[in-house]
Design a protein around this ligand. Sequence first.
Ligand code: PFF
Length: 455
Amino acid sequence: MAAIQNNDGASRGHFGSRFGFIMAAAGSAVGVGNIWGFPTQAASNGGGAFLMVYMFLIFLLGYPMLVAELMVGRHGQTNPADAMAKLGRSPVTKMIGSLIGLASIICAAMIFSFYAVLSGWFVSNTLAPIATMVGADEVSRWLIDFSFSRNAVFTLVFALMCIYVIQKGVQDGIEKWSKRLMPLLFAILIASVIYILFQPGAMEGVSALFTVDFEKVMHPDVIIGALGQTFFSLSIGTGAMMIYGSYLKANENISKLAVHVTFMDTGVAFLAAMLILPAMYVAKHNGVTIFDGSGNLLSSDTLVFTVLPALFATMGAAEHIVAIIFFALMSVAALTSAMSVVEVPTSYIVDKTAMSRKKVTWIVGAALTALAMAVVSNFDFMFGFMIKLATEITQPLVCLGLAIFVGWLWHRNSLLTEIKGQDGADENGIFWKVWPLYVKFVCPALIIVLISTTL
Ligand code: PFF
């Protein structure tokens, strides 16, 4: 495997190709957040209006912050704690930088703790129709129903899938699997959208998505939801993109790569909305309940794990195959995202110790799985708590710290060297002239305003 030297002289992995990086970074970004989170949030929060606020935040805040995170990672050529410390100008700011980096690593661990549980459900729901087809009805019920044993087993299964990929390294693990799984995900998603749009009732779902209700969007909860969704969806503030940036070569043009990643991420969120919302209304057309007593759409977990299977059940011969395809899509999206989360603490410990990557991955994987098991054991409290703590508090705060470090502390000459080293980047061009100022003033201001709406 190709390797470059880090500060300590140990070898670090790096992406073998630009395409490999884009697939891996888009793989991290495109996940459960896009396919489940975004459509259901849009559906309950003002349809097209939510879509507009979200797109606005993605391009005005998400994209420049994604560029910032990738730049810091590539500049540092190391884990988030040391990469952030490198930007500090004094021992105190170096220490603060390192603490922000550590907070992002802890945030990655928190994300894994609930993401693995959720993703385990997708894997078990993929297997359930297969169990039914071979006549194992009891197993199939167990795979579908919420229970401690099912949750524990499939959290473990999913964690093992992530560990398997990550212990293989950057090129043989992350890059190889992202290049295989992402095209598969796009193919399944596009085929599913085309299929659903031809079903009776689908157009009502399309119009629900495009109905613009600004009253609902202007609620602080909705705006903070959209902000959380922006950072969560682009995987920023968790060190994941910083690590992937650290595996990039000095000549790669980050502003261009980040455009690909951002477009894929929003494109998939949009396509997923064009799948899930029409599917809801097809289900309604087929007699399945999709609204609660007060006329609101049912909660997102009910929609995905109850309404959609009820819809599949109305599809006759295609029932099982459609269910397998849908949950496989969710599982693939979840896997490429969770991999990047596991990579964050793994790379930190690989950098900090002399242990082999394989060994570190198993140790980190075991610790993360234990945390996810704590969520499984105390689901009612921990699941929601971890989501809130990680996505609504830690991620925005880490992003604020990142914007301040990049905007205010990164030494101009060092930043210019980083910019100039990229193929086709003109440090006097409009983008690289505006971006540092934008990250310095606009990003922190936007994040502070948005965070303060929750207080
Ligand atoms: N971006 C992923 C999603 O939308 O599902 C979730 C995620 C992955 C968040 C990796 C954070 C992260 F570091």
